[in-house]
Each structure stands twice: as structure tokens, then as C-alpha cells.
Ligand binder design. Structure first.
Ligand code: ADP
Ligand code: MG
Length: 207
């Protein structure tokens, strides 16, 4: 299978559904080390991303990700909206005019997303942010890309979930949670948790 327009659209819709289902959990994670708005922020932003796809349906997978990214930036509050939104736009641009991206191409697009988020937010692995889920996921995706899209996406989802668990003992060095200093230790990072949901959604729509 290829990452085509229908698959890209299904991914964004699935992200919106799964984040809405996890909204209370994400909000509780953010209440512990942030301001308790992450679930609501992202649910609202992804709903806007889905609307932007139904208003004027893009005809390439890259176009879907660019449009969804714009919708997210416009409607998501907090730090995570601009980060996810610009990351998705970068991923979409990396896909260019391709209509049927293969696993290697999607791996490069996800890498562009990671790089874009890191350039905007300045976070490195170990800072207790979404990058702690995204970076290992992108690495796993690219490594498994020769085995095909479904395998690569499954490997990425698993790596992201392991990355979330690995944020628990970390002290936050970026974002609102960093204001807590050592009190940020002992909690999952909410943005890492939402990144794992987004990659699990990709595995589900490419399975
Ligand atoms: P806010 O912190 O502004 O309320 P959200 O609650 O929506 O925004 O998102 C918080 C999440 O955003 C954090 O858990 C973290 O994963 C992510 N985040 C915050 N700052 C950065 C950053 N500079 N780089 C990468 N991710 C970040
Ligand atoms: Mg917050």
C-alpha cells in the first residue's frame, strides 16, 4: 500500500478521533506538570484540521498534511499547536506533489516534521517533550521502511510508546513543565503522550 491522499486524510481523521477519546487523559497529564489544557487544545486543533480537509479536499497526501497543519496552527492554543502544525506542514512539503508516497518517502517526511519541530521549539531528546516520543519513532520508521509502510508505522508507534514511558523519570527542560524544575520528575509528558497517539493512528490507518 501507499501513503496516498485517502490514507493521509484517514490519518488526520483518526488522530482527531483518538485525541478526542484521550482528551481527559491528556488534560490530566498536563494538569500534573503544566496548565491542564493539552487535551482540549489538541482536540480543538485537530477538529479544525479535519474541517480544513472537508472544506476543500486536497488532492495529494502532501496537500492533506499542509492543510491539516494550517488548521492546527490556526486553532490550537498553547505551545503544542504551532509545533505540531508547523511540523505537519513541513512533512507535507517534503512529500511535494507525490500522489502515492512509499515508506521511504513518508519516513523522510516524518523526519522533516521532527526537524521542523526541533527548529521551532529548540528541544533535544531528553528534554521531556514530544520530541522524546517523535525522535525514536522517526528513527524506527526509517529503519523499518524497507519492510513497507505498515511495518514501519507499527515500529514507529511502538517506539513512540516506549519514548513516552521514558519521559517519566526525566526533568523537563523545555516548555511550561520546565518551570516546575525537579517537580516535573515522575510524570509522563503530555506532548509525548499525544505524539504516541498520532503515530498509533498512523499504524492503524496503514495496517
Ligand atoms: P502549553 O504548554 O503552552 O499549555 P500544551 O499543553 O498544548 O501547551 O502542550 C504541552 C506540550 O508541548 C508539552 O508536554 C511538550 O511535549 C510540548 N512542548 C512544549 N514546549 C516544547 C518545545 N519547546 N519543544 C517541543 N515540545 C514542546
Ligand atoms: Mg498546557
Amino acid at each position: 500500500m501507499a501513503f496516498d491522499t485517502a490514507t493521509a486524510t484517514a490519518w488526520i481523521i483518526r488522530c482527531a478521533d483518538e485525541v478526542r477519546a484521550a482528551e481527559a487523559r491528556l488534560t490530566a497529564l498536563d494538569a500534573a506538570i503544566g496548565d491542564g489544557d493539552h487535551g482540549a487544545n489538541l482536540a480543538r486543533g485537530l477538529a479544525a484540521a479535519v474541517s480544513s480537509l472537508t472544506d476543500k479536499a486536497p488532492d495529494t497526501p502532501g496537500g492533506v498534511l499542509v492543510a491539516a497543519g494550517r488548521g492546527l496552527v490556526a486553532k490550537t492554543g498553547g505551545a503544542s499547536g504551532p509545533l505540531y502544525g508547523s511540523g505537519l506542514r513541513k512533512a507535507g512539503k517534503a512529500l511535494g506533489d507525490e500522489t502515492d508516497a512509499d515508506a521511504a518517502q513518508l519516513g523522510e517526511a516524518l523526519h522533516a516534521m521532527q526537524t521542523g519541530i526541533q527548529e521551532l521549539g529548540g528541544a533535544a531528546e531528553g528534554d521531556k517533550t514530544m520530541i522524546d516520543a517523535l525522535a525514536p519513532a522517526v528513527a524506527a520508521f526509517r529503519e523499518a521502511a524497507p519492510d513497507g509502510l505498515a511495518q514501519a508505522a507499527r515500529a514507529a508507534a511502538e517506539a513512540a510508546e516506549a519514548g513516552v514511558a521514558a519521559t517519566v523519570p526525566l526533568q523537563a527542560r523545555k516548555g511550561r513543565a520546565s518551570y516546575l524544575g525537579e517537580r516535573s520528575i515522575g510524570h509522563e509528558d503530555p506532548g509525548a503522550a499525544s505524539t504516541a497517539i498520532i503515530l498509533r493512528a498512523l499504524a492503524e490507518v496503514t495496517a
